[in-house]
Write a protein that binds this ligand. Sequence first.
Ligand code: CO
Length: 589
Amino acid sequence: MAFTPSVVPSASVVSSSVVPIGSQVQSSLGKAPNRTHHLHAASLAGIAAVVVAARKSRAQTKSRGGEASEAQPAKKIGSQVWDRTAWITGYNSATTEDCYTVESKDLPSDLKGTFFRNGPAKFKVGKDQIMHPFDGDGMVAAMTFDGAGRMHFRNRFVRTPGFVEELKAGKMLYRGQFSPKAGGWLANAFDMRVKNLANTNVMFWGGRLLALWEGGKPTELDPLSLATVCESSLAGALHKEDSFTAHPRYDAATGRMVAFQYRPEPMKDITKISFWEFENNSFSLHRRVDQELPGFGFYHDCLVTKHYYILSRAPVTLNGAEALKGLLGFKSMGESISFDASKPGQLALIPRDGSPMKLIDVDAHFCFHFANGFEREYDGHLILDIVRVPDFFLGEASADPKPVWETADMEALPESKLYRYDVNPQSGKWTKTKLCDRHMDFPSVNRRVSCLEHRYTFGATSPFPEGAGPLQGVLKVDLAPEGGPASDHWLPEPHEFLGEPVFCPKATAGPGSAEDDGYVLSTLMNGKTQRSELVVLDAQKISQGPICRLPLKTFLPHGLHGTYVPGYVPTEQAIKAAWVKEPTSLGGQ
Ligand code: CO
């Protein structure tokens, strides 16, 4: 499809005529401070998921509890404690790949399926230190629940060509987006080769298991053994130059899977966008829509409603001078992006039928992740639940000899909170409402209501009632109660950190079941013992904590995203028959 010029509404108005859910309408335009500072985002080619960042004092705009820039023991604010030293150990590399079965009478009998999760898990290559988690090679773990008290575990690094090359060489061969190679600027100058990290998410679709990273193509894995098959064009749907998002969306109304790619072209001051729709559980392509968005942009996640694909366009620009330093090897390329909070953010409404898109000005913000979006039946408004970050900063790794997790002030990060944007796609009028005071990310809903009206959102939350901090516990936001949204959460011990919580329906759940009739699965990293657990919570009783904790033999670092596949229950015999020990040693931490 050819370039279609954008249709930009003449004015963006914060409407007060629409009654938002929850509290008051918030006027937002004009509140943003008029300043530009350098932000250190991921890359021209790929940016991964969760905010794990170092905020340097020169860029610091707010602070809870002051300096906190060096590794330090448990930190106490109010009644909550988190153990920073333990948290840092979540960035030790995984050093084992294994396959085994764990038994527990606490495993629910109506939990039948497989939980796959991905995340960067290699933070040193030989002696070379990875400086930012986004630069770490992906490792996938799979946990199959048989409904008879047994869980079959296996984990394996994704053998991308770059991973294999570096493992053989025993050193970094590719500069990371935040991690220059050893050898100073000369070794890094003009080196724009990209290693597919396959570290962000995992998708099970059309019988294939795919490790996702938005800077490149999916990598297909064997779902039994997790052995790497090959980089995939998804049965020919992806062209040679295409990449593929780490955040596909599942359209429950049509059964289709929607995915996208973005490719900034700074010389033309545009960003090319493509959307694909795949038929239900297949790689048969229903449609592809190509568009161009103005300016430089990067897009980690999207929303899909009945008529639109939706992207959030943050007011970011590519700083030419900084990009040149990146090209010359003085900086990582990730340090070349500026966020201008004096400019509006925009929502790009891209019709699924390929008709002209609209850009709607909203308040300046950045959004890594959306929870869900849908079109309200009675007035056609777009209801978009966004994890909104008012400011944006990803870390400044190459200027510091230490990796970002050792210097990050997690409590000085921009707060990341769940908001509902109510947008009239015809007039461009919009309102926004905060749905929960807690700092959160990794939002998800029951896939049964994906792209449809939902009631519950699950996510990961910091240990503080309002402030930023490391993601540590589980949060559930309920939109329906009288008097506005309510939330429920559970936090583990100060030295324990949960990964992304993933909702999974009970095997017995039917169309008439409650939307939250199921479990929340996550992995827990114990920073004192360097052991991990699989935790299962009753999705209707989050604050009561796990109903099952399964200790693993395997250490899983802080991960990124995962997916639950209901009903995919290969037998222990099939998994063990497929398991092959890789011939190469993974090296140390
Ligand atoms: Co993400």
